[in-house]
Design a protein around this ligand. Sequence first.
Ligand SMILES: *[C@@H]1O[C@H](CO)[C@@H](O)[C@H](O)[C@H]1NC(C)=O
Ligand SMILES: *[C@@H]1O[C@H](CO)[C@@H](O)[C@H](O)[C@H]1NC(C)=O
Ligand SMILES: *[C@@H]1O[C@H](CO)[C@@H](O)[C@H](O)[C@H]1NC(C)=O
Length: 480
Amino acid sequence: MCWRVKAQPLHLVLLQVSLLLSLLSSFCCCTLSHSHPARSYYYNYGDDYYSANNNVIIGEEDNEVTGNYYQRYNDNNDNGDHDQLGLRNFMDDGMEQSDALAPSSSGYKIVSVDDYLGSNQDNADHNEAFAKAWKEACFTTGGVFLVPKNKEYKLRPMNFSGPCHAHFNIKILGSIKASEDISEYKPRTHWLVFENLRNFELEGGGTIDGKGHIWWQNSCKINKTKPCQHAPTALTFEGCKNFRVTELRMVNAQQMHLTFQRCANVRAFNLVIIAPGHSPNTDGIHISQTRNIHISNSLIKTGDDCISIVSGSKNIRATDITCGPGHGISIGSLGAGQSKAHVSNVWVNRARLSGTTNGVRIKTWQGGRGYAKNIIFQNILMQNVSNPIIIDQHYCDQQTPCQDMKSSVQVSNVLYKDIKGTSATDIAIKLDCNKGHRCRGIILQNVKLMNQQQQRAKADCHYVNLVHRGTVLPKCFRTT
Ligand SMILES: *[C@@H]1O[C@H](CO)[C@@H](O)[C@H](O)[C@H]1NC(C)=O
Ligand SMILES: *[C@@H]1O[C@H](CO)[C@@H](O)[C@H](O)[C@H]1NC(C)=O
Ligand SMILES: *[C@@H]1O[C@H](CO)[C@@H](O)[C@H](O)[C@H]1NC(C)=O
């Protein structure tokens, strides 16, 4: 059976969503209504206020907004009540339906990696012990894979694969350190991978340490005489659904810290991710081809993006994020190698960025296709950020210069609201769009960014259809 989603009050939508989820968890697939191909059946995230793709027409010269998109946004939002947007609960309902977290009727069975260390614990191969414990926990209903508290383990690359039995959970209370022998990483792209798991929780408390120094020294970004090669992502969730990741602490990843790849229905909160500001490409959280993810209450200090959101990702929320040092919160890069990219429905709410090279950024390569649309950056405090607000459609992160190209990923419907603080440079707002595909439906609302001396900063804007609302400092005077 199928559900048709029509415009209707939020509580009905939520009710349907939870019913739908319970159906989906038992039966799986349901074809979507063809009458509203653009609508998300899952959560009505965004549909209410991003009502139609292009009801917004912003005059190129006259700053007039027509259509109901922003109107609805404001009607709903000016009282500060985000519940009405249908956003606050957009993920949590999914989790309520998951098997995880509720004890199975037969209770839990804790499987500690220590039970598999063998008699000579000091010389044990931790990968072997982890693999045996994983197998036991994963194939037991109510199995809990435990890395015990106050202990330290050293791991080579390892994949923890599912699917597992019902009521399976993971607790990492101890500390896991990476092997520093580069030759043990084959392929060099991943260290720890959780793959194909459903309905579970990974609860931290312990620390995951990528021991990245050895990799950073060998990075072409640090030593230009070295070839550019991949270094491993410390922790990857690949193809996982309906899960939570909480209380995890990650330090010094080899390259990226935490990646969600091809995942759906994720809550991640109370995470701490720390690496030095000079460490190359050490993104905090990287979201790729993932739908319905909410990251909240997390502290991220690294050498690259605190959060990066790339193609195939949709319905992304980041709430209460503290970021810096690092490169800020980024959508992209998108469209590298003339690829097609799709990112939509991103809501970054309440973030503090200090000493980062960017604040909130959308970055696309020339020559790409597709879109980045329906994006809100809201309630953001910038402290000494080099490019607090930036759309960079001429992104080029390679050793040779990038060619000028006509095509571009289309950036549209981006709201910057209630953003304050200081810029480390004189240009606080940089909207550098592509001549052939102007950025459309961009709103700056209640934005006040000064330079470090608390003096006026500047805005540098090209090829953007823009409106200013409320107090906006600095303003874009020219938009071509
Ligand atoms: C582990 O998972 C990653 C990501 O899916 C994959 O690229 C890699 O080949 C896997 N390794 C093994 C040994 O299965
Ligand atoms: C950069 O790498 C080269 C070649 O591997 C090495 O000889 C040199 O000492 C390195 N430089 C630094 C600053 O580490
Ligand atoms: C502001 O940022 C700049 C550039 O990153 C840095 O050189 C400077 O020391 C910072 N100032 C303060 C007060 O943190």
